[in-house]
Design a protein around this ligand. Structure first.
Ligand code: FE
Length: 185
């Protein structure tokens, strides 16, 4: 093959690869597969935020009933201690707005910060006085176990308690209890 023909052949392969890469996959979708979720994380509709405590809300993104856990945005519009808790499993977070920290650590999470929280650690979430609003994306596996100053368990949350909170709230604000179903997998 001449050099010119080899180049032409390579270009033709490149064109085939590009057009194949930009085309949708034609393979059949497996029966029973659950639908994807793709929407604006910060909702247009204020009612999507579920009240958690005075001036604290969560916005569900994924309620995972298969392995147990959930992804949500946490929004806080007050300063001070929010909660003291431990996680039996991994938690990761990404700060979107505002600032917060754990009393047990010397770092401050701020917009753009990524946080990994190791299973078993007890920490106390605090929002500083000068922070008007903080919004953080959290991916929580397992549960949140709330503890007192001595580390004794005083409450918990898991995917089922989160779903129940969402159902009650969405029902009360007119979205309907089943509105939460779109986030349940
Ligand atoms: Fe935590």
């Amino acid at each position: 093959m001449s050099i010119r023909r080899r180049v032409a052949s390579r270009q033709s392969h490149a064109r085939t690869a590009v057009s194949a890469a930009s085309a949708p996959v034609a393979a059949a979708t497996p029966a029973g597969i659950v639908t994807e979720i793709a929407e604006a994380a910060i909702p247009q509709d204020e009612r999507v935020w579920v009240p958690q405590a005075p001036d604290v809300w969560f916005r569900p993104l994924l309620l995972n009933t298969v392995s147990g856990g959930w992804c949500n945005l946490l929004r806080v519009r007050r300063a001070g201690v929010l909660s003291r808790h431990r996680h039996p499993m991994i938690v990761t977070g990404y700060v979107i707005r505002g600032r917060w920290r754990y009393l047990e650590h010397d770092w401050v999470a701020e917009p753009g910060s990524f946080v990994y929280e190791p299973p078993g650690e007890i920490h106390t979430l605090v929002v500083p006085d000068d922070c008007v609003e903080m919004i953080t994306y959290f991916n929580i596996s397992g549960a949140m176990i709330y503890v007192d100053e001595r580390g004794a368990t005083v409450g918990y949350e898991d995917v089922w308690t989160k779903i129940a909170m969402c159902r009650e709230h969405y029902d009360s604000v007119g979205l309907g209890a089943t509105y939460v179903d779109r986030y349940i997998r």
